[in-house]
Design a binder for this molecule. Structure first.
Ligand SMILES: NC(=O)c1ccc[n+]([C@@H]2O[C@H](COP(=O)([O-])OP(=O)(O)OC[C@H]3O[C@@H](n4cnc5c(N)ncnc54)[C@H](OP(=O)(O)O)[C@@H]3O)[C@@H](O)[C@H]2O)c1
Length: 253
């Protein structure tokens, strides 16, 4: 199946490792041009160089998405240097740790930047000739209250994001913009949260793994393929989906 992404202009936040990096790699393999951001420059530059060596046009910028001006500048630069924006992927999260200011952090890093960048990019997405698309990377923790997240800001703030994305999915299609969500279950990659838990909390890791009918955690590329499909013209009649990528982890209808 041709996803129709050759030459698409794609913005991915938090693309220097894990799921965001895999999403960028998958778009690049489909022939898309990319604007990527993260706070740490080294890993971001490595990712950008790798994608450029495969032939992709890549704009990479150090950005803290919680800094409003940085985020605005990044979206504006992406549109200027790529010649527009067809796809916006919101991938950054403050994560599911439990600092005392977890609520402030998850609102500032997960919630506000999604609201701000969908707004900032809207005119560009609406001008896209292939149809604009927004993909929110959420989590299964927004869809149940049990472990691994439980009663933390992470799942609750992501649930608020799901609500907002679902509402945008109904208000933006008249402007030619589709909005969809991808909800990964536990995903493991070197240096990521689950690789650390495997080392530091092996019993917890095993208990979560054993709840996944496939008997393993997922890989970033398995989430990336779902995100890239939803962003692509191949999903032209899909807006408001929440595609769960969790190996059957969630027990729900
Ligand atoms: N991994 C999982 O098991 C899992 C499961 C469900 C959902 N998810 C969701 O998937 C998404 C990605 O998670 P992940 O585990 O792959 O990656 P991650 O380890 O959380 O890293 C995400 C990326 O975001 C960047 N980043 C973090 N804070 C940032 C900020 N304030 N501004 C700009 N960039 C920032 C990181 O680079 P810097 O640190 O250099 O900025 C990195 O490139 C998140 O939305 C997460 O909630 C993950």
């Amino acid at each position: 199946m041709d996803l129709g992404l050759t030459g698409a202009r794609v913005v991915v936040t938090g693309a220097s490792r894990g799921i965001g990096r895999a999403i960028a790699q998958t778009f690049a393999a489909e022939g898309a041009d990319l604007a990527l951001c993260a706070r740490g420059g080294e890993a971001l530059d490595r990712t950008a160089e790798e994608l450029r060596s495969g032939g992709a046009k890549v704009v990479a910028e150090r950005v803290d998405v919680a800094a409003d001006d940085d985020l605005d500048r990044f979206i504006d630069r992406a549109a200027a240097e790529l010649g527009g924006i067809d796809v916006l992927v919101s991938n950054v999260s403050a994560g599911s740790s439990t600092p005392p200011d977890q609520w402030e952090r998850n609102v500032a890093v997960d919630l506000i930047p999604f609201v701000r960048m969908t707004d900032r990019a809207e005119e560009h997405l609406a001008a896209s000739e292939r149809g604009g698309a927004v993909v929110l990377v959420s989590t299964t923790s927004a869809l149940h209250t049990g472990p691994p997240s439980g009663a933390k800001a992470y799942g609750a703030v992501k649930a608020a994001l799901n609500h907002y994305a679902a509402a945008l999915a109904r208000t933006l299609p008249p402007k030619g913009i589709r909005v969809n969500t991808v909800s990964p279950g536990p995903i493991e990659f070197a240096g990521g949260g689950w690789a650390k838990r495997r080392e530091q909390e092996p019993e917890f890791y095993a208990a979560v793994r054993d709840q996944i009918p496939m008997g393993r955690l997922g890989g970033p590329e398995e989430v990336a393929r779902a995100a890239v499909f939803l962003a692509s013209p191949a999903a032209s009649f899909i807006s408001g989906a929440n595609l769960v990528v969790d190996g059957g982890f969630l027990d729900r209808v």
